[in-house]
Design a protein around this ligand. Structure first.
Ligand SMILES: [Zn+2]
Length: 1014
């Protein structure tokens, strides 16, 4: 979660009237909201011609002293329903293996021929679990703004939603009733009903990603997500408060299919992967209950004797409470005397409500010694700082040192200690080393007057020249650390050794941490060409044959591979901060391998420019240090009899298949993909269960297991499956699978395979599940409406796009995709774009409930950009502020300050907005803070993209994924292409290899298909 504390300073520095109020905000994690400075009323929505007038009037209130109470106190998000009540309901219905799914009569799928934008929804009770007062499942992906009356009443009972009354066909002119919303689960056809000869699609009719995000986002402002009652998680980018009812929150775990077919054959008909995306340390949102930490003493948490699954809400108790039946393998275990509690007449343990492990889907267990690899201690942070010439010259060294300072002590350096407590937990320690062609460690002991430098003389055989004083408590040694960090840039500006020696530095760091494990944060500003394990300019930009490129995307360097493996074995992981000199080559394939295999991350600044990028660098170091981090971690995923794990995708170390996954480190932003296959047939009368157990040491030094439990219903024939597909999870699995193939297959083959996969899934749906639609219609499953757009985004991403792209960038993005959680990936595949030149006056301010009113987002196409417009374009990696060449001078002044009246006058290296007393400025800063709180691991700073002036203008064009760009089709053409292929498939004429002009993928293509690829 981003750290908002640092923004408070912005308001204070500028006499922001809300500074005081912000400081008093009860929760530092809630983004504070900048108040409007006065009564400046922005005119209504100006499009083209109106903008100059809107901004032509001087703001009469600009200098008025703002009223201190202007800003209404914020209210909390909707509070969770009463835990006891819900758990007792759960107990009463006896969740678990013996509960059969009510069998449903076969019912013909209902179709509606209507405008794509018509709202639809459905509700499906889970194993007869009673619906409570909360509104029913929100399944619609494409709806007009919701939150009105139709979402509040009347109540929809399970029976109603299971056996919906016959509903008339929707008409766009006739708003649907809640009943219709709830009942309709049919597919969404569009396009001309007549056999189409390459029909031109109306772009407005294509499924809209922005709409699919905005409507649920509004809905979940006022509603929680109860994890048992609802079976389809909100879209990944939607902020929501989950209420854990025994099933893990989608923030931690998302299944691709929430209703699973009984057999491999039935699954094959859908062409969908059966997989699970796990983000076990994902951040919680305000309003969510913290994960309980449970201590069972020396005996450890109760586990199944046969399959070793941990106790969870889906295990059932028998024989008066003397036995518990495992939900994975159905083995009846004895309950130990210490854990015994009797059951009530319905078979539920009487203490169920007091036991989080029996009522919550995600819990942490403290574990006894037998689970330790090493004595757990507070996390050791080792900062490795590149002090070679390039780092000094580019002021990357300054930025990195400043960033560490902020990360450890807050932006004010000497700010109150509670900030520090939050960033580095008690017990964690910090060490510092610097390197160029030499390697230096520092004694940071609190007793010293200043830090002592100790040089490692022999890079061939590096050793750690000290033990005491290498890792210190950052509070006790604060004066030593801060003065060292302040001096380093000057100290090395006189030396400027040109070539850094990286591998010996990593080997020495490994030695320093081998006893305890820990986390390394390493900066690097040039290709490490010195000493043992030096790297070479492998990619000079001239090799672009597929084979040459493939080699450049992987590493065969034995030294880097070895140090990666050794780091994991020692419980260490590494994050790199890489700045390429003038966009030059760094061999990220080799260096980043060490981060990937240890569970770390690479922060990459392809063309680091100090004035523009230092803020981002600093915020990202702070984020690295302050996000939840565990180390020395192992993961095991278990599933019900009949299923088995078939593959893992992510950044970790895996000895042999079947062994646990190993992570040197794992943090809040990292996600893992797991694929399952059948080793039998599932019983449709039972549910399918999944449990992921992450054994890790917390940054505070506690050895724990984080358990995430998931349940899915089982159905015959897979028709039900199509109604509970989690689109984000499917896209995430497919993206990981594609990224994993990058070292083996050419990019062209991978793009072709992605296209094929899309066609397979949609044609499979058309064949088996969509009922009778006119052949000329493209019919998309309701749950996969935006799927084609996301896959197009993937094909256009830096990792996979056609045309030239530096291999450093490709491999960096490829590894990122392998570790991104669903939220970050969703943004990466389709940016959110917000127009800021025609904001409603209430946008960017809290409504009467204290929720920030966010403007609607718009489609990623140039066709939506208005003359004179200004737009925020955020893909989770960079955030552009795109300004049309004819943007109003008044808008610029309102946003950037007096005198900033033309694009040319703006500072090209702006990275944040000034704090001004204008309505627009406050609105935009609030909007930016809001989207920053809903992002992945990268910091949000703005980068100017002035039309026709900045290089970032090209990046803007690249991100308009609905347009024809990145050597791929526009969204409309892509849909037409996919549609045509589906028609060919249905008529038995499809040639699988022939894809998008990417023919000749040839016979190797088949090799790309893992069991699930088809
Ligand atoms: Zn078991």
């Amino acid at each position: 979660m981003s750290d908002f504390a640092m923004y408070h300073a912005l308001g204070q520095d500028s006499n922001n009237p809300n500074g005081q109020q912000q400081q008093n905000a009860p929760d530092p994690y809630r983004p504070h909201v900048v108040a409007s400075p006065g009564g400046y009323q922005q005119a209504g929505s100006p499009a083209v011609g109106q903008a100059p007038y809107q901004y032509g009037t001087p703001n009469p209130n600009a200098s008025m002293p703002p009223t201190p109470n202007y800003f209404p106190p914020q209210q909390s998000l909707p509070t969770s329903p009463n835990v006891d009540q819900l758990t007792s309901q759960m107990g009463a219905v006896g969740l678990g293996v013996e509960q059969a799914i009510p069998h449903k009569p076969k019912k013909k799928d209902r179709h509606a021929y209507h405008d794509i934008g018509t709202p639809v929804g459905t509700s499906q009770p889970f194993n007869g679990f009673p619906a409570s007062g909360t509104p029913n499942q929100f399944l619609n992906q494409n709806t007009p703004p919701v939150g009105g009356a139709q979402w509040q009443s009347p109540q929809i009972t399970p029976a109603m939603s299971q056996f919906p009354a016959a509903t008339p066909l929707f008409s766009p002119a006739m708003p649907a009733s809640p009943m219709q919303h709830a009942a309709r689960t049919g597919p969404v056809p569009f396009g001309s009903p007549a056999p189409a000869q390459a029909p031109k699609l109306d772009p407005e009719q294509t499924p809209s990603v922005p709409k699919s995000r905005d409507a649920p986002a509004r809905y979940y402002l006022d509603n929680v997500y109860p994890t048992m009652e609802y079976h389809l998680p909100p879209p990944a980018l939607t902020p929501f408060v989950a209420f854990d009812q025994g099933n893990s929150s989608p923030k931690f775990a998302r299944l691709t299919l929430n209703s699973i077919p009984t057999s491999a054959d039935a699954l094959a008909a859908t062409h969908l992967p059966l997989g699970l995306i796990l983000q076990p340390l994902a951040p919680l949102q305000e309003g969510e209950v913290p994960i309980p930490v449970l201590d069972f003493g020396d005996s450890g948490p109760p586990r199944c004797r046969r399959c070793r699954a941990y106790i969870n809400p889906f295990m059932t108790f028998k024989s008066g409470g003397n036995k518990f039946v495992c939900n994975m393998c159905t083995f009846p275990n004895d309950v130990s005397p210490e854990y015994f509690a009797p059951t009530d007449p319905s078979g539920v343990r009487v203490d169920r409500l007091q036991r989080p492990e029996l009522s919550m889907g995600t819990v942490d267990f403290m574990v006894p010694k037998e689970y330790w690899g090493k004595e757990p201690v507070g996390l050791r942070w080792l900062f490795l700082i590149d002090v070679s010439a390039e780092a000094v010259n580019r002021q990357f060294l300054d930025g990195f040192c400043e960033g560490i300072m902020h990360a450890l002590y807050g932006p004010e350096g000497d700010a109150a200690d509670e900030n520090t407590q939050k960033r580095i937990p008690k017990g964690a320690k910090v060490g510092i080393a610097t390197f160029d062609k030499d390697l230096h460690f520092y004694n940071l002991s609190a007793g010293l007057e200043s830090a002592q430098m100790l040089v490692v003389p022999d890079l061939e055989d590096p050793f750690v020249p000290l033990s005491d004083g290498l890792f210190v408590d950052p509070q006790e040694s604060k004066p030593i650390i801060t003065s060292l960090l302040a001096q380093l840039p000057t100290m090395f500006s006189n030396i400027k050794n040109p070539e850094p020696a990286l591998l010996p530095t990593l080997n020495a760091a490994l030695m320093a941490l081998s006893a305890t494990g820990g986390k390394i944060v390493c900066s690097l500003a040039a290709l490490p060409t010195w000493g043992p394990g030096r790297l070479f300019l492998r990619d000079d930009g001239s090799m672009h044959s597929a084979d040459a490129e493939k080699k450049l995307l992987a590493t065969e360097h034995p030294g880097f591979k070895k140090v990666g493996q050794k780091l994991v074995e020692s419980g260490c992981g590494i994050d790199f901060f890489l700045a390429a000199p003038s966009g030059g080559y760094l061999d990220i394939a080799t260096i980043g391998h060490v981060a990937a295999v240890t569970g770390g991350e690479v922060f990459y600044y392809p063309n680091f420019h100090s004035p523009r990028d230092t803020l981002k660098l600093s915020k990202e170091i702070t984020h690295t240090v302050s996000r939840e981090t565990g180390y020395q971690a192992l993961m095991k995923v278990r599933c019900s009899n009949g299923l088995q794990v078939s593959a893992y995708h992510g950044n970790f170390f895996h000895h042999t298949f079947g062994a646990d996954l190993e992570f040197g480190v794992i943090d809040a932003d990292k996600a893992i993909g797991v694929l399952f296959s059948y080793d039998g047939k599932l019983d449709p009368k039972l549910d399918a269960h999944f449990q992921a157990a992450l054994l890790y040491t917390t940054a505070g030094g506690e050895r724990r297991v984080r358990c995430c439990n998931l349940v899915a219903s089982v159905n015959e024939g897979a028709a039900q499956t199509m109604k509970f597909v989690d689109q984000d999870a499917v896209v995430n699995i497919i993206a990981r699978e594609a990224a994993a193939r990058m070292a083996e297959k050419s990019l062209k083959d991978i793009r072709a395979a992605l296209t094929e996969k899309t066609i397979d899934i949609l044609a499979g749906y058309r064949k088996a599940f969509s009922g009778n639609n006119p052949p000329g219609q493209l019919v998309l499953p309701e749950t996969l409406k935006e799927f084609t757009m996301f896959i197009l985004g993937l094909i256009k991403s830096r990792a996979f796009k056609g045309g030239k792209e530096p291999t450093d960038r490709r491999v960096h993005d490829m590894r990122m995709i392998k570790s991104m959680g669903p939220l970050e990936l969703s943004l990466y595949l389709y940016p959110r774009i917000i127009a800021i030149h025609n904001l409603d006056e209430k946008d960017g301010f809290p409504n009467e409930k204290g929720h920030l009113k966010m403007p609607s987002t718009i489609r990623a196409t140039f066709g939506k950009m208005e003359e004179g417009g200004a737009y925020i374009v955020d893909n989770g990696q960079i955030c552009l502020l795109w300004l049309h060449a004819n943007v109003s001078p008044n808008l610029l002044e309102d946003l950037f300050g007096p005198g900033q009246t033309s694009l040319k006058k703006l500072d090209a290296f702006t990275s944040s907005l000034p704090v001004l007393e204008t309505h627009l400025n406050a609105q935009v800063r609030n909007i930016l803070q809001c989207i920053e709180s809903n992002r992945g691991s990268k910091a949000l700073t703005i980068q100017l993209a002035r039309q026709g002036l900045d290089g970032a203008d090209y990046e803007f064009a690249r991100l308009l994924y609905e347009d024809r760009n990145n050597e791929a089709q526009s969204y409309g053409d892509w849909l037409v292409h996919v549609h045509k292929q589906i028609q060919l498939e249905l008529s038995g004429q499809r040639k699988k290899e022939e894809t998008d002009g990417l023919a000749s993928a040839g016979s190797t293509f088949v090799g790309l298909r893992t069991p699930y690829w088809g």
